[in-house]
Ligand binder design. Sequence first.
Ligand code: HEM
Length: 322
Amino acid sequence: MVVANAPEHTRLRRGLGQMFGTATLQKLRHVAEETTERQLDMLESHLVKGPADWRSVVSEIVPVTAITNWLGIPGRDGARLREWTHAQSAAQELFPSGQELDVADAATARLELFFTHLIADRRALQQTDVLSQWLATWDSIESDQEQADATVRRLAATITAAGIETTVTVLNNVPWILGRHPDQAKWLADHPESIPGVVEELLRWDPPVHLVSRVAATDTELNGYSIQAGEMAYILVGAACRDPKWITDAATFDIQRGPGRGGHLAFGLGPHYCAGAALARLEAQVVLERLLARGQLPRVVSATWEPRVAFRQLSELLIAHE
Ligand code: HEM
């Protein structure tokens, strides 16, 4: 879907229906709340002994649990889905090495095989879950059942991958960024109603996806630059989110900024606008709510970054009690 153009892209996107309507989001809010509470308890038990890794205990678990629950995938499969989606995202880096591309290809193949089996099970069971609904939709569009299965398999694999790696980063950014702005974190503790706006500012100030790419279909002139047909263009989302032309005090992290002083492009723009933005926002809001309800934000001890540009990612985020 991400690499398709209209009319194929429109067809794929329409076939998904409204993925995150009100009822689905309500259900996923419960899942996110329960998961966050459980993981924060676990974090507490680690913190008694010393610094603990926020990423592996909280950020990595909430998104994958939401996705597996939504798609009706057994929770025990979460660990391998995380492993494959993590390996796969290297393919979207700025200059991936041949070895990284091999690892990413192998992960994509495993992810697709996983969904091949899952789809076969759903066909046999004839249920009303999300995957079965997509199968019913594509059965009515495609004349060939194998083709319908292949489309649903690719969509499910894409959405799973798109929904995990990115959301992990915004959840990491909760203690990582707020921890470096203690005055704002303190203000927020007294103003929990501001949480949705804080999530938007976290997304703007350090968006999980720093660049997306496109290939020019024809010779194009863009803002005074010429791009030849077939050339790749990189859209620097991270830079756009801090563009002083559009955003007042763009370099300043300000949780009281509000929509009047510039928005963000963290979820992209146009026909490919993020299909899971509502779920990502919900998960970040829940983690922030639950964390604040427990008192002070944890203190960051150290952060280790993966050597990436496009899909920024922390490999470890050690935190401790104040
Ligand atoms: C904070 C978390 C997230 C961020 C920052 C993010 C960011 C983005 C961006 C920038 C794009 C546009 C890519 C482009 O134009 O090439 C995109 C597309 C997409 N996202 Fe997200 N995303 C997030 C979470 C999610 C979640 C939770 C899901 C699904 C459960 C999801 C599913 C998708 C899909 C399917 C697309 C492709 C849409 C299309 O091509 O029409 N994303 N996302």
